[in-house]
Design a protein around this ligand. Structure first.
Ligand SMILES: Nc1ncnc2c1ncn2[C@@H]1O[C@H](COP(=O)(O)OP(=O)(O)OP(=O)(O)O)[C@@H](O)[C@H]1O
Length: 456
């Protein structure tokens, strides 16, 4: 709605601009004043009608408005000394449709830079306090991320963020599924941070990273002298460290069957028995588990226990891959550029259209982690203000080329067929009937192909 159609009348606009907190001056292309608002006139002790037509240098000390109409270049946040004070001035040229400068407008934001200094130091001290508080909170609880750290405005991510808010307080177990690098850990932290346990510890254990024989002592701890090599005083297990808080079991699909039994027992009984202990210890822990493994198939093959599955799968939580939400790529790219520039002191303002298109087309098997690494490499390689195709790692720009000479024609065609099937099923959110329709084949022939290519 334009000003003319709105309830705002021209008189109202005049009053607002005349008394605006900012001082405003408008000049023509010769530097002659055509408007100066009341508050600016009061300060410079001139009459708002009399100044019209005067050269701006006759009215305002140290002005550069007459220069801006000559250069056509805006000058932002410039310091200008007026009547004994440094002020912060913005000067912006005005162009006509032929791109000729027809004038300029200037604003002065702070009448006195001490106001600005005060405000600046106040903001800085607040930021410092918040940072200290966050560091302390991270140190005390282990929580590194909150929902605000999850970047993305696609429908899928927005819905997931809503779901986090709904389920965080419920205190039930959650199983987060999703490919590697999709942000499972970020979501686990955010759920804990929004739960009633947020002031208690968030403890992470990567079940795939710990050798089988050490996993039990990592989870449940041990008593002094429990085995040769045991530490003096024993060791607290992750369960006890997480008491009152949340235990995040990453890569739970990689846990061996004997460990699954022990974990299930601890979850069911609410108690753990450190190795070498004679009595169990009560614990109150919420478990958030994560995996990229096909647990249902593993259950069929008796590689994952059904009872444990149902114990941890109270609320399923699926994080879509990056290729299912390419709308998030521009925001993520900017986020990572800013993050990396802040860390390295580089000045990169964005990416070219071509780069954005390339990034949106790539399949991102390593998801957001891979995107972050690619941007990091590009920022380091770039000497331009915007990231260009030259700065992108080769594999991103070559991703559509066919590996000539490496595969037979039959294999190449099969690869393409497989890729088309996987992508379509993902796009249809696993609805095979819809996917078959989109691929132009029957449901039974889709199932045949899934079997042929061992697609789960
Ligand atoms: N939505 C997001 N916004 C910003 N950064 C993200 C987002 N999702 C993931 N990341 C970043 O991507 C990286 C991988 O995230 P994370 O470790 O949570 O993934 P994951 O799914 O747990 O991976 P894995 O299964 O390999 O453990 C981290 O550096 C994280 O900060």
């Amino acid at each position: 709605m334009g000003v003319k159609d709105s309830l705002l009348t021209d008189e109202m606009m005049d009053t607002i601009i005349a008394n605006a907190f900012e001082w405003i001056v408008v000049v023509d292309n010769k530097g002659k004043i055509i408007y100066m608002n009341d508050s600016y006139c009061k300060f410079t002790e001139v009459d708002s009608k009399e100044v019209i037509g005067m050269h701006v240098t006759e009215v305002i000390e140290n002005t550069r408005m007459h220069e801006v109409v000559k250069t056509g270049k805006e000058e932002l946040a410039d310091l200008q000394f007026i009547r004994g004070n440094y002020m912060i001035a913005n000067r912006v040229p005005i162009f006509n449709e032929n791109n000729e400068v027809i004038g300029a407008y200037g604003t002065v934001i702070f009448r006195d830079t001490s106001e600005w200094d005060k405000m600046n130091s106040h903001v800085k001290s607040m930021l410092g306090r918040i940072r200290n508080y966050l560091q302390e909170y991270e140190l005390q609880t282990g929580v590194k991320y909150t929902l605000e750290d999850i970047i993305g405005n696609s429908k899928l991510i927005t819905l997931l963020k809503e779901k986090v808010k709904q389920i965080a307080a419920s205190d039930v177990s959650i199983l987060i599924r999703g490919e590697s690098g999709t942000g499972k850990e970020l979501f686990a932290h955010s759920i804990h941070q929004l739960s009633n346990r947020s002031q208690m510890p968030f403890i992470k254990l990567n079940c795939a990273a710990i050798p089988e024989h050490l996993l039990e002592s990592e989870l449940f701890g041990y008593e002094e002298g429990a085995f040769t090599g045991a530490k003096k005083g024993g060791k607290k297990g992750k369960f006890l460290l997480a008491d009152g808080g949340t235990l995040f079991l990453d890569e739970i699909g990689d846990m061996s069957l004997p460990m699954q039994i022990k974990l299930l027992r601890a979850l069911q009984e609410g108690e753990v028995e450190p190795i070498g202990a004679t009595t169990p210890i009560q614990v109150n822990v919420r478990v958030i588990a994560a995996t990229n493994r096909p647990l249902e198939k593993m259950m069929e093959e008796k590689r994952f226990r059904e009872d444990l599955y149902y114990r941890i799968h109270v609320i399923p939580f699926y994080i879509p891959s990056l290729r299912e939400r390419t709308e998030d790529i521009p925001l993520l790219v900017n986020h990572f550029i800013q993050k990396i520039c802040k860390r390295t002191g580089r000045r990169i303002t964005g990416v070219t259209e071509e780069v954005l298109l390339t990034l949106s087309r790539y399949r991102w098997p390593g998801n957001i982690r891979e995107l972050e690494n690619a941007i990091q490499a590009a920022v380091h390689l770039s000497s331009e203000e915007k990231l260009t195709m030259q700065a992108l790692p080769d594999y991103l720009t070559d991703s559509y080329s066919i590996p000539l000479g490496e595969k037979t024609l039959k294999e190449t065609l099969e690869d393409a067929e497989k890729q088309a099937i996987v992508q379509t099923i993902e796009k249809c959110h696993n609805d095979k009937l819809v996917a078959a329709k989109q691929l132009g084949i029957s449901k039974s022939s889709l199932y045949e192909k899934l079997k042929k290519f061992s697609i789960q």
